[in-house]
Design a protein around this ligand. Structure first.
Ligand SMILES: Cc1cc2nc3c(=O)[nH]c(=O)nc-3n(C[C@H](O)[C@H](O)[C@H](O)COP(=O)(O)OP(=O)(O)OC[C@H]3O[C@@H](n4cnc5c(N)ncnc54)[C@H](O)[C@@H]3O)c2cc1C
Length: 407
């Protein structure tokens, strides 16, 4: 039984059961085909997920026709999908980040235009990372220049953009003050439709999460109207960093948790059925201890992840808990993969066992929404300097009026 079982509402349990059945019946049969296809863009899973309406899990029912189910519900969906396919979990999670940024920072007109479409299955991206300025957001060089008619012209190069090739809308963060500036108020966010002139995509090769597109987005003199500026000029940091803390960190933690749970279940099945000296591998105390380590990591991860999400649903400021959740879940899944690799012996290397896929997919959790060193950097600041950027306060209670001073 899950450690968080006693804390879930009946509605959340029903949603989890639905997601579990859906993932086992609809998604699991697709994994072998996706593995064999190598790097490619899967369009079947996005279509199946869109039909469920889960792209609108955080979007209010009224007036935007979303689910309005909250952060814990969102985590349950991502975890259940990731149990059978890290790719499916990654696809869903990547589009929830820009959707939340739009919900919180968008003008009433932007929300009215886009949120019902997203809830109905329009895929979106958040495009922040650049080749020479990964986690150093302020070092980005992509720009938007205002034109005399009020429109903006965007130029630049974004990379590792989750859902790049299936999205109909990109939320792009660029610099709107002078080139070379590192002022956080000089970043702004724009809504860029995928079919705008000057938008080009390139697929990158990744070792895992096969079928998930995390490609490059090239902006070559892309002109967007003034109405596509998200919120106010200078709010780019809230979209780039705030949405990553509040939605990206926990989302990636939920992917890690789903992969970890699957690793645990497979390992238990393996060691309790593999014959050894008239019994099974699991009779050996060393083997039992290793399984216990995987379980211990799983419990620790689950508690950290759902604690942070439950705080968000209660609008309790929790930036530190969110950073901690991602760090914990990612480290726990990696440690579990190492233990499982030893227990599976030679079978860890076989492509007809899911271990190799799980192990590769777990490696993809490290960088998105910030590598370990970045979480530690911010946790260190919170611990030693008392710094508390409470993005969670702004993002957990989406307003119906436009957010103002958030940069
Ligand atoms: C599967 C996947 C999906 C992704 N999805 C998206 C997406 O949807 N949108 C998007 O914009 N980006 C996305 N990313 C990009 C991701 O956010 C970046 O990879 C991440 O921010 C790190 O940037 P980088 O890879 O350039 O590493 P760098 O920033 O170059 O860092 C490399 C290493 O240097 C060290 N380091 C760097 N800075 C510091 C510091 N301040 N303190 C201590 N150590 C430091 C750390 O060890 C770090 O791991 C995705 C990446 C992957 C792999």
């Amino acid at each position: 039984m899950s450690e968080v079982e006693p804390y879930l509402s009946e509605e959340q349990k029903r949603l989890r059961a639905l997601a579990r059945d859906f993932a086992r019946e609809e998604i699991a049969p697709l994994t072998t085909r996706m593995e064999e296809a190598g790097t490619h863009v899967d369009r079947i899973i996005p279509a199946l997920l869109a039909k469920q309406g889960w792209t609108g899990v955080l979007i209010p029912q009224e007036p935007y026709r979303g689910m309005g189910a909250g952060h814990v519900a969102k985590m349950l969906l991502i975890q259940e999908l990731s149990y059978w396919s890290g790719t499916a979990g990654a696809i869903l999670q990547a589009s929830l980040i820009p959707a939340l940024a739009l919900q919180v920072l968008g003008s009433p007109e932007q929300r009215a235009q886009w949120l019902p479409q997203i809830a109905a299955g329009l895929w979106t991206t958040i495009a922040v990372t650049e080749p020479d300025a990964g986690s150093d957001i302020l070092g980005m060089t992509s720009v938007a220049v205002p034109q005399s008619d009020g429109s903006w012209v965007l130029n630049g190069h974004k990379c590792f953009i989750g859902n790049s090739h299936i999205a109909g809308l990109h939320l792009v963060v660029v610099r709107t003050d002078k080139p070379g500036s590192r002022d956080k108020r000089g970043l702004s966010a724009f809504l860029v439709e995928a079919d705008r002139d000057g938008v080009t995509l390139r697929l990158s090769n990744h070792v895992g999460l096969r079928g998930f597109s995390a490609g490059m987005l090239l902006l070559d003199n892309v002109r967007v109207p003034a109405a596509n500026l998200l919120g106010a000029e200078g709010q780019g940091m809230a979209a780039a960093y705030g949405a990553s803390v509040v939605c990206g960190r926990p989302n990636l933690a939920a992917v890690a948790l789903g992969l970890h749970q699957r690793l645990f279940d497979d390992t238990v099945r393996f060691v309790t059925t593999r014959p050894r000296r008239g019994g099974h591998l699991s009779d050996n105390p060393v083997v039992r201890n290793r399984v216990a380590e995987i379980h211990h990591e799983l419990i620790t991860s689950e508690l950290a992840v759902y604690h942070a999400s439950a705080l968000l649903d209660r609008s309790v400021p929790c930036d530190t808990a969110l950073l901690h959740a991602k760090l914990t879940a990612k480290r726990a899944a990696e440690a579990a993969a190492q233990q499982a690799a030893d227990l599976f012996g030679g079978y860890a290397t076989r492509t007809d066992y899911p271990f190799a896929r799980l192990d590769r997919d777990i490696r993809h959790i490290a960088a998105p929404a910030g590598p370990d060193d970045i979480q530690l950097h911010h946790l260190g600041k919170a611990t030693l300097s008392g710094e508390r950027n409470q993005w969670s306060q702004l993002f957990s209670a989406p307003s119906t009026t436009q957010a103002t001073s958030v940069a």
